[in-house]
Design a protein around this ligand. Structure first.
Ligand SMILES: Cc1ncc(C[n+]2csc(CCOP(=O)(O)OP(=O)(O)O)c2C)c(N)n1
Ligand SMILES: [Mg+2]
Length: 892
């Protein structure tokens, strides 16, 4: 008998090794597998006690995790499923090829779906359950750039028309087209999850799975065996977000999530790990993190070889090849495979001596074998106690022939020549004649064909079509007037911050009989920063395990209370994860048919600046809810400095179309905004969400001036008019957020010292004013000769006179956004530049946004208008103690 050569190298008598192996075999035979495990465990412990450190490995051999004898039986009609898959393949290919024939710049991907087809089809035919009245359905994140395959299937299902397929990537054509990738914004009845910005969907999927449990533990939905499936690329795993939350999934025992990683060993430019093995790398990462890992590497053709591989030679050989070599095998001849894989050892060559070259060349990868894929999915579905990842080996561009399959250029392939089309057609048995090939027609079998009948029956049995997006939640009923009204009357002399005021509102909302349950407070380890610790006790912190320990502060009133039905999602230090929870909660109205109202409160600098792509995805998903940027503004957060002081986020909020951004100064402004927001989103069903900045500077909250609501929501209202009605020197001062009080101080200085009569406006949202302005402007452009629309900001200022000066705690660009609709020039003060560790007064001097600079800017504007002499301004510089030599904060 031949023996493993390794033992010779380390100088052990092979005979002796063999005896050990045989003894072990006997234990397995006589005592069973469990005993064998115990024995190995004992030996490992014993070795350790003798000081023998075993090398660590989280890997298993480069083989299928499920041995063929333990493989579940494939229950489908394999032949008919192959036919269906072939038709989907063809139509997906035709979509891209045809679109690029008409306009070669249109793009699209064919090679990704070509590699993922079996992975998707086994899911569609056997696993993905639709959403019905009785059952919530599975949640499926499909690899974004494999979308042609999903469209092609929906075409066979009769859900998309030929016209729509024709207009793939041509959404603006008459009758509409199909968006390149999954976008719920663009196809709100079809796509549920945007997945094409790589890395986002794996992280979102994990938090979605956790949110599903949260809803169950809070008795907001029944406990079910619904799964979250996430399909991703192997290249995609390089995105930090992809693996960033995998320990959350195992820590929370999320056996409701299944990752399927399409390991075609390639990304866009070339191999994912030419010099390594991506499957083994991912296996170690996932197993190390506590996931159940199922490798599907080899198709059924390999089974007989592995059966003969009793001494593990073949397994060893496959394990030592790097991915660059494996990729090359997929484009080489059978003779090459024989020589390269098996040629190094006569025993290996013998294993394949009765296999012809052609058979060797076409031996399939596991991810292309429905039987192997089915067995893996079934094992994943049934696995309990931890999340599962399936690592499936495939070939990129599978079936695309010589020019596409497994080549480095395959990712960008969009066209096939006639010969390649013919080969593809014949290989997959598509009923398209040679003459028709040039046209590359879509193929739809007749309704009564076996293919269509089978496919429909399968989807029916599984509860309907996937993906389907449907809003099933019911609108809210009440107005919640009483809840918010109490904040309209001010703090009656008490000094509070807008953050505290907001937390007060949140506390009230949590007590409300209608919306209380729906509120989902989300914090990335910042609850104490924002004075929210009182909520710990009030509603508890969600923990799937309850609280297994007595918290150190149990004797205090506001102890750290974790509970199985806790309401707060305390995410720890992960803004990305918190945002993913926001997304799950903000889209539950569609995903689950349940209204949940997320309030995600965080350090504002780590929101739009850090995780904007998630926020973009939230908008795409039509998410609803509130994001609260805490202690925002560049000069409001004393001490923290450059990294924390946020003068950017309101600018970064501009590009997100459905995000309404507010920079309120007073408690009643926040109350008005949130009440209206709840009405718009949860009563009227608008697909918008809110970004509200809040501060920690405490001051007396004034009562709301009568009739201010409309202005608060539209972006500006007059907060305090000047009492001096006779002065010829007049000004309109715009303040926002924390800087509003500087404008109020300037109003006093201007009146008392310089005889200037100034009105003060609170600008709650430059974004709202800007949006309104460009909308009016566009309307006017398209309606020449009709009565022109007047932007809201222009309307506000029609009857006001004097110079215009705006100051905010954000970039000067913010007020500049609206300057073209102001009746006169608008001077803008703001906080461009890097922050500093300092107190508020020094920061506002440094950034030139305090009452002194607002005064100076107003006087200068009056001077420019010829209303006052330059020497008045020069004197003011002295009176206000302004250092003319100070550096420009923008460059400092
Ligand atoms: C964040 C992000 N960066 C870059 C891209 C562009 N892109 C699209 S597909 C692709 C390669 C994907 O490789 P892989 O994840 O292995 O998927 P495969 O197509 O091989 O299945 C890239 C880089 C993207 N969509 N998202
Ligand atoms: Mg890949």
């Amino acid at each position: 008998m031949e023996r493993d050569t390794d033992t010779k190298e380390i100088g052990m008598d092979p005979q002796e090794v063999q005896e050990w192996v045989e003894s072990f075999n006997e234990v397995v035979r006589e005592e069973g597998r469990e005993s064998a495990i115990t024995l190995l465990d004992r030996l490992r412990g014993h070795a350790q006690s003798l000081g023998i450190a075993l090398p660590f490995t989280a890997n298993t051999p480069y083989l299928n995790t499920i041995p063929s004898e333990k493989q579940a039986i494939f229950p489908g009609d394999q032949e008919i499923e192959r036919r269906i898959k072939s038709l989907v393949r063809w139509n997906a290919l035709a979509m891209v090829v045809r679109a690029n024939r008409v306009d070669h710049s249109i793009g699209g991907h064919i090679s990704t779906y070509a590699s993922a087809a079996t992975l998707f089809e086994v899911g569609f035919n056997h696993f993905f359950r639709g959403r019905t009245e009785e059952f919530e359905g599975d949640t499926v994140y499909l690899q974004g750039h494999a979308s042609p395959g999903v469209y092609a299937r929906a075409f066979l299902e009769g859900r998309l028309s030929m016209k729509q397929l024709e207009n793939f990537r041509r959404e603006l054509r008459e009758g509409g087209g199909l968006s390149s990738y999954p976008h719920p914004w663009l196809m709100p009845d079809f796509w549920e999850f945007p997945t094409v910005s790589m890395g986002l969907s794996p992280l979102m999927a994990i938090y979605q799975a956790r949110f599903n449990r949260y809803l169950e533990d809070r008795s907001m939905k029944p406990r079910t065996d619904a799964k979250v499936w996430a399909f991703l690329g192997d290249g995609e795993t390089d995105e930090p977000e992809t693996l960033g939350a995998i320990t959350l999934a195992s820590r929370e025992n999320l056996d409701n999530i299944i990752f399927v990683i399409n390991c075609n060993l390639q990304r866009l430019d070339g191999p994912v790990r030419g010099n390594g093995k991506i499957v083994q790398e991912l296996e170690a990462a996932f197993r190390g993190a506590g996931w159940n890992c199922i490798k599907v590497l080899w198709g059924s053709d390999w089974d007989p070889l592995f059966e003969r591989d009793t001494d593990g030679l073949l397994s060893k050989r496959l394990g030592e090849m790097v991915d660059g070599e494996s990729q090359k095998l997929s484009v080489e001849s059978g003779a090459y495979v024989r020589q390269h894989v098996f040629g190094g050892d006569s025993r290996l060559l013998k294993m394949v001596e009765d296999l012809p070259d052609e058979a060797l060349r076409t031996m399939r990868q596991g991810g292309h074998d429905p039987r192997k894929v089915y067995a893996a999915y079934k094992a994943a579905f049934e696995h309990k106690g931890s999340p599962t990842v399936i690592l499936a080996r495939t070939i990129k561009g599978y079936g695309l022939g010589e020019s596409g399959e497994g080549r480095n250029i395959t990712h960008q392939q969009k066209k096939l020549n006639e010969e390649e089309l013919r080969e593809f057609r014949s290989r997959f048995g598509i009923p398209v004649s040679d003459e028709q090939l040039a046209e590359t027609p879509f193929y739809l079998p007749p309704e009564d064909s076996r293919e269509i009948q089978y496919l429909r029956a399968r989807r029916q049995a599984l509860g309907g079509y996937v993906p389907t997006r449907k809003v099933r939640s019911k609108p809210l009923v009440a107005d919640h007037d009483a809840l918010f009204r109490e904040f309209h009357s001010g703090s009656e002399g008490r000094e509070v911050s807008t953050t505290m005021a907001f937390v007060g509102m949140l506390r009230q909302m949590l007590r409300d009989p209608e919306i209380g349950k729906m509120v989902v407070p989300i914090v990335p380890d910042e609850a104490r920063t924002f004075g929210m610790e009182s909520l710990f006790r009030q509603v508890g912190i969600y923990s799937s395990r309850g609280q297994l320990y007595e918290p150190v502060d149990v004797h205090t009133l506001l102890y750290y209370k974790e509970a199985k039905d806790g309401q707060i999602l305390e995410e720890g230090i992960t803004e990305a994860g918190s945002m993913a929870s926001f997304i799950a909660a903000g889209s539950a109205y569609a995903t689950h048919g349940i209204n949940t109202i997320p309030f995600f409160i965080y350090y504002s600098m780590f929101g739009l600046q850090r995780i904007s792509d998630f926020i973009w995805a939230a908008a795409d998903m039509r998410c609803r809810g509130f994001m609260l940027g805490g202690t925002a503004g560049r000069t409001t957060l004393a001490g923290e400095g450059l990294q924390h002081q946020d003068g950017n986020s309101h600018i970064l909020a501009l590009p997100i179309p459905t995000m309404r951004a507010y920079d309120p100064a007073f408690a009643y402004e926040i109350a008005v905004i949130i009440q209206d927001g709840i009405r718009r989103m949860y009563k009227d069903g608008e697909n918008i969400f809110y970004y509200i900045t809040v501060m920690n500077e405490a001051y007396t909250m004034p009562p709301m001036p009568a009739g201010a609501e409309e202005g608060i929501l539209k972006g500006m209202y007059k907060f305090r008019a000047s009492e001096n009605k006779i002065s010829k020197l007049r000004a309109q001062l715009f303040g926002s957020g924390a800087i509003l009080r500087e404008a109020l101080k300037a109003q006093e200085i201007l009146g008392e010292k310089y005889g200037v009569s100034a009105d003060v406006w609170s600008v709650t949202s430059y974004k709202a004013l800007y949006t309104d302005g460009i909308d009016a402007e566009r309307w006017n452009l398209l309606h020449a000769g009709e009565k022109a629309r007047v932007p809201y900001v222009t309307q506000c200022l029609t009857d006001s006179d004097g110079v215009l000066v705006a100051a905010s705690d954000y970039l000067k660009a913010l007020p500049n956004l609206i300057s073209r609709w102001t009746p006169r020039r608008l001077a803008s003060l703001g906080t461009d530049g890097f922050g500093r560790s300092e107190n508020r007064a020094s920061l506002r001097d440094f950034f030139e946004v305090d009452a002194r600079f607002i005064t100076l800017a107003t006087l200068y504007e009056l001077f420019r208008d010829g209303k006052i002499e330059s020497k008045v301004v020069q004197q003011a510089v002295k009176d206000l103690d302004i250092n003319l030599d100070k550096p420009n904060p923008l460059f400092a």
